[in-house]
Design a protein around this ligand. Structure first.
Ligand code: ATR
Length: 258
């Protein structure tokens, strides 16, 4: 039996076991998928056991960067790994968040090339989003509470720090969103041309950011689609085979969306 899991801290809520089980069942793969919930400082003492026991694992907060120093090879350009696979006794890191985000966003919006897209936040999640959007040819700007971090990302990806442009798409990649904020957008954002708003958060299923943008006339989505797409793409890596990504996506969404 193959053994996989998701490694993170404080992730009792995760939907990942359910999503991967659906894929494994559908493909007839004999594999388990656990929640590996460690204290935030628990990786150094647990990594050997994980490598001994697992054929591969997904990585989430707060270990996406820290995991890298424990790997033999990393096959992604970001400094964040969300998928690790054992390959001939070595451990190789990948990132499926970037493509997972792209597939989920474009599932809602269609073509994003040339769209004016405002990304809120400048942490690890924002970098995955910006990387995907830049590759797709969008006109991207970034805004963050701590400006220096926005400037650093803007320099790295040759995009703008948001300077009053009217976005057609807004992405919330901050970890803000859980409590009742009346306006989760930075001061001065004109939403009159905003057609789509996407929040990477998926719990609650409608965030204050989504409620606000919906009232402003945008079509909105939470981050569940990204979670599902990145999981299917991780299963392609784990199993070393191409999957019917869109077909599986539709099936999984039917099951997990109440
Ligand atoms: P992740 O891996 O999810 O990106 P992160 O690297 O900790 O997590 O980044 C969190 C992001 O949410 C940051 O952009 C953070 O802004 P700062 O760089 O100013 O800290 C943003 N964020 C978190 N709480 C916020 C809040 N209350 N208001 C605005 N932005 C917030």
């Amino acid at each position: 039996m193959l053994k996989y899991g998701v490694l993170g801290s404080g992730i009792g809520y995760t939907l990942s076991p359910k999503i991967h089980s659906i894929v494994f069942d559908k493909l007839g793969v004999n594999a388990s998928y656990d929640v590996i919930d460690l204290p935030t400082d628990g990786l150094p003492s647990e990594i050997k056991r994980l490598k001994d026991e697992y054929d591969g694992f997904n990585v989430t907060k707060p270990f996406k960067t820290e995991i890298i120093k424990h790997l033999d090879e990393v096959k992604c350009s970001l400094g964040a790994v969300n998928t690790v696979r054992r390959e001939n006794g070595t451990f190789v890191g990948y990132n499926t968040d970037v493509k997972g985000f792209y597939l989920s966003l474009t599932h809602m919006t269609g073509e994003i090339k040339g769209q004016s897209i405002l990304v809120l936040g400048a942490g690890g999640a924002s970098e995955a989003v910006i990387s995907a959007l830049v590759t797709a040819g969008a006109d991207v700007s970034v805004n963050n509470r701590t400006t220096v971090k926005a400037v650093a990302l803007a320099d790295k990806y040759r995009i703008k720090v948001w300077n009053g442009e009217k976005p057609t798409v807004i992405i919330n990649a901050t970890s803000l969103g859980l409590d009742g904020i009346s306006n989760p957008l930075p001061n001065g954002v004109d939403t009159s041309e905003c057609k789509y708003a996407y929040d990477l958060i998926y719990k609650p299923s409608e965030t204050p950011f989504m409620t606000f943008c919906k009232k402003a006339g945008a079509k909105v989505s939470n981050g569940l689609g990204m979670l599902v797409y990145q999981a299917i793409l991780a299963d392609e890596i784990f199993l070393g085979q191409s999957l019917d990504v869109d077909g599986l996506y539709e099936e999984i969404m039917k099951i997990i969306v109440e």
